[in-house]
Design a protein around this ligand. Structure first.
Ligand SMILES: [Fe+2]
Length: 167
């Protein structure tokens, strides 16, 4: 080993701030409405590689969305349960889920589940499709930021509240 190889490995200067927060917030206003009975709570809005981490909270049963992922998604179920119509497994409280890029699936919550909360790490985008697989919409980190900004501006937290989650 040369002296150069043993040089100390120092933290880089100018790096982004870390984030360490209670994932489930005390303040209900932090939850951003997404649809009737559906909210998300931003945790990390990644504008560099494109993607986001959030909690998805659902308080209604039935079909929530049909969508395709162009990139990796992983999730961890914190509360309740849900399933994809296309698969025979159910994501239960405590389950880890990997959703492969390229898959199209239809998210549903069973009738007897009053609330589900799942952590999702979503890379790239969500591409929403109808039952014929025609695109009906999309979300990326920038549409998520816009939704948060509008919601926090209107509920008194302030538009800049979202900045704490943007990297
Ligand atoms: Fe998905």
């Amino acid at each position: 080993m040369t002296a150069a190889a043993l040089a100390p490995i120092a933290p880089a200067s100018g790096i982004r701030l870390e984030i360490a927060i209670a994932a489930i917030p005390d303040d209900e206003r932090v939850w951003v409405p997404q649809a009737k009975g559906v909210w998300f709570r931003p945790l990390l809005l990644n504008t560099v590689s494109g993607g986001w981490c959030n909690l998805l909270r659902v308080r209604r049963a039935g079909v929530l969305s049909r969508h395709r992922h162009p990139m990796l998604v992983v999730g961890y179920v914190i509360r309740g349960r849900w399933k994809y119509v296309e698969h025979d497994w159910t994501a239960e409280e405590g389950s880890f889920v990997f959703e492969p890029p390229g898959e199209v699936h239809t998210l549903t919550v069973p009738d007897d589940c009053p609330e589900m909360i799942t952590f999702f790490n979503i890379q790239g985008a969500m591409i929403y499709v109808d039952d014929q697989n025609r695109q009906t919409g999309y979300e990326d980190v920038f549409t998520k930021i816009d939704m948060c900004r509008t919601h926090y501006r209107d509920n008194g937290l302030g538009a800049s509240y979202v900045d704490a989650f943007i990297r």
